[in-house]
Design a protein around this ligand. Structure first.
Ligand code: ZN
Length: 301
């Protein structure tokens, strides 16, 4: 883990441990986008979210890229939204990717609503809909905000030590902002996943159809890129139309409208928390969530 001394204050006031929160590389028709905050388990701050948006745009614009692999540098894919590092930049303004206005000077519920429409729901939808096949390559932890990044990808390949978890019900919140849970898992399993906040193993996620392929950690990279290479042989337009077709059917099944409704409940929960305690996350930061996770796991043993 990083110490606070790894973080450097920039002239614009932001405090970051890296200027490259997402790495970008292309080889053999495959673009690799790497979440690059390994010392904080690839926790997502806005710096990373906007860099990821730029990287996806770059991969779409490059005609040499047929397939996009999204992965995480280090031990874990992603620990979720950054709710506790010095690089948490929730109060910083960015050039926005959508037409939502800047959230940073807005009062009440508007603050988080505008922010999360832009950086979570809006960006995740755009990433899901980009017209090239995407593959999430997941190792270690894939928690809450990490799920959003894996779920927006068309395919998920995981190592057998990966696990998936959405523990935000503990904060009084009905799941992460991109509410795909009952589409990724059957509804009863999705309820168990959320009610308990327990880790789901890669093996279980594979059995549920949430993960396409499972490899040992050593074979994860080769297995993922073999799959990507096979897809890259297909014609660009055929892939784009197929992706649109399946996404469209999911939306006819209610995925898009369901997410709109749950996003509203999600924001009722943020506002309810703030009314009760003055804290939109119900008093939990990263450290408190890790402690609560340990206690809950111990109680079930
Ligand atoms: Zn939220």
């Amino acid at each position: 883990m990083s110490s606070d001394s790894d973080f450097v204050q920039r002239v614009d006031g932001a405090v970051y441990e890296t200027e490259e929160p997402v790495l970008y590389a292309v080889a053999d028709g495959i673009a690799t986008l790497t979440l690059n905050r390994p010392t904080v388990n690839n926790a997502q701050n806005s710096q990373m979210t906007y860099a990821l948006d730029d990287a996806f745009r770059r991969a779409v614009n490059d005609d040499a890229v047929k397939v996009i692999v999204l992965c995480g540098n280090g031990k874990h894919f992603s620990a979720g939204h950054d709710i506790g590092t010095p690089g948490r930049d929730i109060n910083k303004s960015f050039d926005r990717a959508s037409l939502w206005w800047d959230h940073t000077n807005k009062p009440g519920g508007e603050y988080l609503y505008a922010r999360e429409q832009e950086v979570y729901l809006g960006m995740c939808r755009r990433w899901r809909e980009l017209p090239k096949p995407t593959i999430a390559m997941v190792q270690g932890a894939c928690i809450a905000g990490g799920l959003m990044l894996a779920w927006v990808c068309d395919l998920i390949v995981a190592s057998d030590d990966a696990f998936f978890q959405d523990p935000v019900v503990r904060m009084g919140i009905p799941g992460v902002e991109y509410f795909a849970h009952p589409y990724e898992l059957n509804p009863r399993i999705a309820k168990e996943f959320l009610f308990t906040g327990d880790r789901m193993s890669a093996e279980r996620a594979y059995q549920m159809g949430m993960v396409n392929r499972l490899f040992s950690r050593d074979e994860l990279h080769a297995g993922t890129y073999a799959l990507a290479a096979a897809i890259a042989k297909q014609p660009r337009m055929g892939l784009a139309l197929t992706k649109q077709a399946i996404n469209h059917v999911e939306d006819l099944q209610g995925k898009r409208t369901a997410m709109d409704a749950v996003f509203a409940w999600h924001h009722f929960a943020h506002s309810h928390n703030e009314l009760l305690s003055g804290d939109k996350l119900g008093g939990y930061d990263a450290k408190a969530m890790i402690e609560a996770n340990k206690t809950a796991a111990g109680e079930r043993r």
